[in-house]
Design a protein. Structure first.
Length: 145
């Protein structure tokens, strides 16, 4: 049964190929797929800025044509489709356990949200306060200087 599933998966990957192949392949990586049936893969093929296929090195190499750019990830981690170039993972966790103030735009609502928070409350600070004051960052800096 496992062999049948493996063959079927390979055929699915190969059926995604176009005659002129992928524009880019990434091989020899630790590719996290978020697919419960196969959480990890080795390689990714990309065509016209879209993911063409995710699979083993051998499956993805078959999708390469002569103009295909090839990148050896040398064991590096890859998360296909994840394009956030600036993320604070620890802050995301704080949103789940603390007072999420991202959607608060008025001082009264800000105070209510903090009072409603349960358990030990840590409020990391940062960013601009224009949502609460109505002032832009530039106005606040100009008035201070």
């Amino acid at each position: 049964m496992k062999r049948l599933v493996a063959v079927a998966a390979g055929l699915v990957v190969l059926s995604c190929a176009t005659p002129d192949g992928a524009d880019l392949i990434l091989v020899n990586g630790q590719v996290y797929t978020l697919d419960e049936q196969q959480l990890w893969a080795e390689a990714v093929a990309i065509k016209a800025e879209r993911i063409l296929a995710v699979g083993s090195n051998s499956e993805i190499r078959r999708l390469a044509g002569s103009p295909t750019k090839r990148i050896d990830l040398e064991g590096a981690f890859a998360l296909p489709g994840f394009n956030d170039s600036h993320v604070h993972v620890d802050a995301t966790g704080a949103l789940l356990t603390g007072a999420n103030l991202l959607d608060v735009h008025e001082p009264v609502a800000f105070t209510q949200r903090i009072k409603a928070a349960s358990g030990p409350l840590v409020l990391p600070g940062g960013g601009r306060g224009e949502r609460l004051t109505g002032d832009s960052h530039q106005t606040a800096v100009s008035s201070t200087v």
